[in-house]
Design a protein around this ligand. Structure first.
Ligand code: FAD
Length: 280
């Protein structure tokens, strides 16, 4: 691997805890795209950060969501968009809300993706809703003159996020589905090595399941590229206090230690994560 082509992970502004509002929601395939007013949060956003939303009538439980887009909307100024897959009590509650509902929003939380120092070739690999933070990342990379290619993956067509937008954002897009309903049939692991070689990738960004991220980090290492992986560990406090979202990593000194996904991550250098031990 050559000298680090990426800057240190960007510093961050303190997250805000604000009363937000659900402004709009629309269903696309298996996902709901929700637009939220969250005063002050969009201005602090960097790709790879997330928000914690209080869900349920009691507002006691909080759930984490990647910030997908920051866009102006009508008289609300900048808003944030998140992509939600209804899988359990909290996400079903959220996706069933009428527009105009007030929501407690904390964010942006976590450490963002680090950006390359130079205009290099970057491959962005996103699986299902977790591809959400890669779209604003693609925009930032293109602004820096980087060549951007994407792999968009999912179990089937309904679980692919914004393939059309990917085609607008990236120079080349590889679509892969487990059931072969669209694109190549297979998994991230099946295609990532070929794409990194073809694109002569210098920096690789991944967001998805642990097994896919493991494959991304391994392929990047084999190819001599740097990898940045956004890891989803179930979060309790989401602010770094409870240490409930431990990610096994190798520290700067080479010693194994536990990092907090919410505060030290969720973006980690792929070659620093002890992948076989994540979630154990
Ligand atoms: C940093 C981060 C960003 C996230 N971004 C998004 C997003 O953009 N969109 C989205 O839909 N979801 C996202 N998630 C996942 C989402 O927060 C969880 O799935 C959440 O628990 C769902 O809440 P629930 O009450 O609906 O379901 P729960 O009742 O909490 O869980 C439903 C099912 O999902 C499993 N589960 C819970 N948390 C996780 C997790 N983190 N990873 C894998 N499985 C889990 C549970 O074991 C259960 O089987 C993110 C998680 C993290 C940590």
């Amino acid at each position: 691997m050559t000298a680090a082509p990426i800057a240190q992970a960007a510093g961050r502004l303190a997250p805000l805890h604000v009363r937000g509002e659900l402004l709009a929601g629309r269903r696309v395939g298996a996902f709901h795209h929700l637009t939220l007013a969250a005063p002050g949060v969009p201005e602090r956003f960097r790709p790879g950060t997330f928000v914690a939303l209080s869900v349920g009538e009691t507002h006691l439980a909080r759930r984490a969501f990647w910030i997908h887009q920051v866009k102006p909307m009508g008289g609300h100024g900048a808003t944030i968009q998140i992509v939600v897959e209804p899988v359990g009590v909290g996400t079903r509650w959220l996706t069933g809300l009428p527009t105009g509902t007030g929501l407690d929003v904390t964010g942006p939380l976590g450490r963002a993706f680090a950006l390359p120092k130079e205009a290099v070739s970057c491959v962005l690999i996103g699986e299902e809703y977790a591809a959400a933070p890669l779209f604003p990342l693609a925009e930032r990379l293109r602004e820096r003159g980087c060549r951007v290619s994407m792999i968009v993956a999912g179990r089937d067509e309904a679980h692919l996020l914004s393939t059309l937008e990917a085609k607008r954002s990236a120079r080349s897009v590889t679509v892969v589905t487990r059931d072969g309903s669209i694109g190549q049939k297979g998994s991230v692991a099946d295609v990532v090595g070929d794409v990194l070689r073809r694109e002569e990738a210098a920096v690789v960004y991944g967001a998805g399941t642990v097994s896919s991220l493991h494959a991304v980090a391994a392929a990047a290492e084999e190819h001599g590229a740097w990898s940045q992986t956004a890891i989803e560990q179930p979060l309790t406090c989401a602010t770094g206090l409870c240490h409930g979202c431990a990610v096994p990593v190798v520290g700067e000194d080479g010693a194994p230690r536990l990092a907090r996904a919410c505060a030290d991550g969720p973006v980690f250098r792929g070659d620093r994560v002890r992948w076989d031990e994540v979630g154990k």
